[in-house]
Design a protein around this ligand. Structure first.
Ligand code: UT7
Length: 332
């Protein structure tokens, strides 16, 4: 019988990015932009871009192996794999199944989850529920995206923003009072057209015409998404904290989705957090979509910025439109 009282938490984390660096100076040669514009409007200095040989499952597998090593766990101990992505290797099979095979986790159930840049926190909420209920014990949760593959490299309003990356976490039972405390998830499908790829699905299947019309790349109403993000990041973080009886004043480290430094700073102001409690690495990686939060979390942990018992808040927003915040009592 499932035991409904188990506390679930992150017991291992890892990340992976491609080696190739694309700088703002490189982008100045591709589109009508400047290093100064990109830095002041987004905070981004450079991003990582996979080679032609790299696919999402490659980054996901590397991040998964690092997370297993950090948990001191073998792949055979996993009993579920969830990969949050919107840029999987191909529509079929799932990227999660590819990762399952490549890390050598025999017969482990695996599926992909799509919630844009909020995907990792959505997947974390599924994993937390399944561990807490007793249905599963050790779940690998990966957030990975290679938005470079769906970027229109002639569109200066989007191509300067994105990068490729992955992060992974192992979610397992942890001690009382530790681990994942609460979530605030949401979506507003009425605003889905603010951030979309029009073709390649069942509405508008891939054809010579869709390719010719450039309908396989990301289209974004940046200013509208910006306004939405500034509001929702603060609201979602506060709601997740309220659900576990805490306030922003209790937060030790805020790890937001790394889309734009101005969005992060606005959310931090709303939560009245000092700079040292806000983790930022957007300058190095740009927006890595579902990879962004676990990549930031891994870097924060490896830099010694988060330790056992700290209250960590994750918050993301993205295509859907979706949003997702989580409050965690760090358990590693
Ligand atoms: O994970 C979720 C994904 N999405 C996001 O997080 C995006 C959220 N939005 C943003 O981050 C910002 O809206 C952007 C960084 C995309 C844009 O910044 P902004 O301050 O909102 O600029 P804007 O869109 O209002 O554009 C200002 C000007 C425009 O020129 P005009 O119309 O004022 O003459 C743009 O055409 O900047 C121009 N512009 C550029 N100039 C140089 C747009 N992109 C560029 C560029 N280089 N790359």
């Amino acid at each position: 019988m499932p035991n409904n009282t188990r506390q679930a938490g992150i017991v291992g984390i890892g990340s992976a990015v491609p080696d190739k660096i694309l700088t703002n100076a490189d982008l100045e040669k591709l589109v009508d932009t400047t290093d100064e514009w990109i830095k002041t409007r987004s905070g981004i200095c450079e991003r990582r871009i996979g080679t032609d040989q790299t696919a999402a499952s490659d980054l996901a597998t590397e991040a998964a192996r690092a997370a297993l090593a950090s948990a001191g766990m073998g792949a055979e101990a996993l009993d579920l794999i969830i990969v949050a992505t919107v840029t999987g290797d191909s529509p079929i099979p799932s990227t999660a199944s590819l990762v399952q095979h490549r890390i050598g986790s025999p017969r482990t159930p695996a599926f992909d989850l799509s919630a844009g840049c909020s995907g990792f926190v959505y997947a974390l909420s599924v994993a937390r529920g399944l561990v807490a209920s007793g249905l599963h014990t050790n779940i690998l949760v990966v957030g990975v995206d290679m938005l470079s593959r769906v970027t229109n490299w002639q569109d200066r309003t989007t191509c300067v923003l994105f990068g490729d990356g992955a992060g992974a976490a192992i979610v397992s039972p942890v001690g009382e009072g530790e681990g994942i405390l609460s979530f605030c998830l949401g979506s507003d499908g009425s605003r889905g057209d603010l951030l979309r790829i029009r073709a390649g699905g069942s509405r508008l299947p891939a054809s010579a015409q869709t390719v010719q019309d450039g309908l396989h790349s990301i289209e974004m109403s940046g200013r509208e998404v910006f306004k939405f993000a500034v509001r929702i990041m603060g609201d979602a973080a506060v709601e997740a904290l309220e659900k576990c009886g805490l306030t922003p004043a209790d937060v030790d480290l805020f790890i937001p989705h790394q889309a734009n430094i101005r969005i992060i700073e606005a959310a931090a102001r709303r939560l009245e957090l000092p700079d040292e409690k806000v983790f930022i690495n957007v300058q190095k990686y740009g927006n890595t979509s579902a990879g962004s939060i676990p990549l930031a979390m891994d870097e924060a942990y490896r830099s010694g910025l988060v330790k056992k018992g700290d209250l960590v808040v994750l918050v993301g927003f993205g295509a859907g439109l979706t949003w997702a915040a989580a409050a965690l009592r760090w358990a590693m």
